[in-house]
Design a protein around this ligand. Sequence first.
Ligand SMILES: [Zn+2]
Length: 456
Amino acid sequence: MIRRLLLMLALLAATPAAAQQAQVNVTRTGDAFVAEFDLPRASPAWGFFRSSPARDKQSWRLQSWQVLTPGVALQRCGNFDALVGVNGRPIPPKVRVRVTPFTGELLADYVPALRLGGDSVAIFDGHFAVFSVNRVTVFDRLAGRPPPGSVIDTGTRVRFRGTNLRLAGDVDGYRRGDSEGTYGLYDVPRPVVRMGIATVLDTDLPQWIAADLASYTPRAIEVLSAGLGPSGVAEPTILAAWEGANREGASMNGGTLKGLILMRFEGRAALKPVPALTDLAHWFIAHEASHFWLGQSVHYGSQRDSWIMEGGADLLAVRTVQSLNPAFDGRAKLNEAIRDCSDLAFQPVATAIDRNQVRANYACGLVFALVAERASRGDFYSFVRALVAANLADQEVTTADWLAAFERAGGSRAQSNQIRVLVERGSASPKQAIAKLLRDAGTPFALNREGVPQLQ
Ligand SMILES: [Zn+2]
């Protein structure tokens, strides 16, 4: 007992670094939220890593946050929102901010908040992660993500406080840089847990959407788990919000965080069943849930390998939706990918993100996945299962790892080389390169008028 106590004392003494973290407590009292920032060092300004503007290109924080502490202002500094000391004075160690949940979409980030019916509100913790700068002018030189050394980041510990509170997703609450986080769910109805997946639905969601999500999601997870084995996520959560019937039409958008799939539905037409919206939602859930394996059990080695995760998740989604809904036209999805990859693979798939051609990772990744599926005797789940198993030690999958798994599954060395060339160098004639890949894999296809292979 004493030994343990001594050990604990030693541990306490050995964690001065932890004391350097910024701490943020987000507390709900009635309709109001207050974020209390405990800032560990004197600094003229603290910036927010995640500072994407809202759809109207304006800072959403400036529209919805109000600083309560005298001597501190919230400002847009270059590409960042920041707490700045008034008249060049340093920021006091405690800053309180009143937070009105902002539920609009951002240009390039998760929605800051979701209203989920009644008093229910979900708030994203990543938006409270802060860094300090030595001079306010530093912001002028920062473009996107601050380069190492330009700012001081000792991490931010975000804690949600309130009654009837739960967390969805990655719950450790520690954010460094723009690392992904979780939503704090305030006064949200108890989730329905089936097949190890928790579904949290907005109480205002149209009944047909709620019923469909509640029945489809566990079945999709069941198909994936049956083929892939247990995922890297203990109890994933699906969070679905209703944004109202003010707009015409019907739409859905969404995002994923570790262990969390987020969906937002809206539009007058969505009050009644819309088959196209159902298909979209099913596709989205299957793709995002596939990332519990390709993305979380294992992740890519570097951005150059992200085609493995996106193309793999796309083919898993096609096969999963097909198995649950035989009327789903998977071939249309596959042919769309072949077409897009033919347009994009003139340049290396590995550098698609640098060129803003993210689609190449999905489209060409799906083509390569199709070839791997053939090598695995038509069972893409078994290919992915073996790929994950072979890379669990470092949890990383690189292009070389994928090609090794492809050859182990029965793919030829020649095909493996062809895929490597498309990933690393691209092709002068992608249409022909893809046709050759499919032909050698024994996949039947015909050429359309433009000479692009299309599955029959
Ligand atoms: Zn994805």
